[in-house]
Design a binder for this molecule. Structure first.
Ligand code: SF4
Length: 95
């Protein structure tokens, strides 16, 4: 079953497997201060959550819920990755 799923995922773009297909897009772009809980619930069971998150990170998506994460949560990941890259570069310079 899992292998069949992987084959399927390789045949089609990840967006075709999004749990949010057919869900009101406004849910994923809540007004400032509004709840993100419902959108995150949809994302929780999404099989392409990681693809979605990486897409948003790669493309600098500044608004909305992507991969089950808010703008603030994605900013934190970008910051952590930038710090990790800087630390790695620093360690190769001093090695
Ligand atoms: S993680 Fe959420 S926003 Fe991304 S495709 Fe899945 S349901 Fe949609």
């Amino acid at each position: 079953m899992a292998l069949q799923m992987i084959d399927k995922l390789e045949d089609k773009p990840w967006q075709d497997y999004a749990n949010c297909l057919g869900v009101d897009p406004d849910l994923f772009f809540p007004e400032r201060g509004a709840s993100t809980r419902e959108a995150k619930e949809v994302c929780r069971g999404c099989v392409v959550r990681e693809d979605c998150l990486e897409y948003a990170l790669d493309n600098g998506e500044k608004f909305g819920i992507w991969g089950g994460m808010s703008e603030r949560e994605r900013r934190r990941i970008r910051r952590q990755r930038a710090q990790a890259r800087a630390a790695e570069q620093q360690s190769t310079v001093t090695a």
